[in-house]
Write a protein that binds this ligand. Structure first.
Ligand code: TA6
Length: 302
């Protein structure tokens, strides 16, 4: 069965490619994506990191997979957001089944929806309607966040980000790099300063929390495509990340320094992931009444 669902989650599968994905209704959080590499040099394997200590029962946001961040990134700064916790309500709300979009040999795709509930309306008053389309193909996982402003007279101003935890080989035994980020301006949240990226390859061997600005806004010829790689020269593996309409990308790894302080981060988990997060994180997007904005992430296992 390419698309199965129960009250808690949706399971997508493409048996011919050995690919599968699992999406919790809680937070519309993709918690698993298994795929072989497009180059044919890797068997189906789990491509996302999920902390063994993560709650999966809806008691708190998932520590891993692809949490959906909306209507703002990070700690609330707007007075209108102060009733919400970090990264907003989308990742800790229960989304609804929105139907099958595609189910054939080339891929399976489903829709989840989130509209204002009494709980959300208590903390966020603007009208909104979110649709999340998750598509599994042979070597790819696409996640499209649609933000619709149903208001007839009021603009909707928001941020949004896909907080993707990419499973990697241990940083302690190999270099996991993210390219190309050289030349971009970024806010280094660890140092608290704005910097210019001078490294060809960005690694996360140190505690890293960087918001790269203009990474995907079209200011760069590739419009937000990143390679996450590790392994021996000439035999590297990893993921390609392609972002559309997300003008920033965040690179995060807490290492033991900050990771050991996260109650739901398994010990040593920080050594086996890198978060590469396409998003609207350093600016705000405004959607006119009746209009829609769509942000897309396409992950490809190489
Ligand atoms: O995306 C990086 C970041 O904003 C870090 O500052 C860190 O807070 C991380 O998100 C995880 O946030 P969370 O609220 O899930 O613990």
């Amino acid at each position: 069965m390419p698309i199965e669902r129960n009250a808690e989650k949706i399971t997508l599968s493409l048996p011919s490619a050995g690919a599968s994905a699992e999406i919790l209704f809680f937070g519309a959080t993709v918690i698993s994506w298994k795929s072989a590499g497009a180059s044919g040099n890797s068997d189906p394997t789990e491509r996302l990191f999920l902390s063994k200590k993560s709650a999966l029962d809806g008691s708190k946001p998932v520590r891993g997979g692809i949490p959906v961040v909306f209507p703002f990134f990070g700690a609330p700064t707007d007075p209108a957001h102060m009733k919400m916790s970090s990264h907003g309500f989308a990742r800790s709300s229960t989304w609804e089944w929105g139907g099958e979009v595609l189910d054939n040999e080339s891929g399976v795709s489903v829709r989840l929806k989130l509209n204002p509930t009494p709980e959300i309306s208590q903390v966020f008053s603007p009208e909104f309607s979110l649709t999340y389309v998750v598509t599994l193909a042979a070597h790819q996982l696409s996640t499209d966040l649609h933000v619709h402003n149903p208001s007839s007279d009021t603009a909707l101003t928001h941020q949004a980000l896909l907080h993707t935890y990419i499973s990697t080989a241990p940083h302690s035994s190999t270099t996991v790099s993210v390219t190309p980020l050289k030349g971009l301006t970024y806010f280094d949240k660890v140092a608290g300063t704005t910097k210019q990226e001078e490294r060809e390859k960005v690694d996360v061997k140190e505690f890293t929390d960087s918001v790269y600005r203009g990474a995907g806004s079209g200011e760069r010829p590739d419009g937000g495509q990143y390679k996450v790689r590790w392994g021996p020269e000439g035999a590297e593996t990893g993921l390609d990340v392609r972002a559309t309409n997300f003008g920033d990308v965040v690179v995060w790894n807490p290492r033991e320094e900050a990771g050991s302080k996260l109650g739901d981060m398994e010990v040593g988990g920080w050594d086996r992931f890198v978060c590469v997060e396409p998003g609207i994180a350093s600016y705000w997007n405004t959607i006119a009444p009746g209009e829609k904005w769509i942000g897309q992430q396409v992950l490809t296992a190489i």
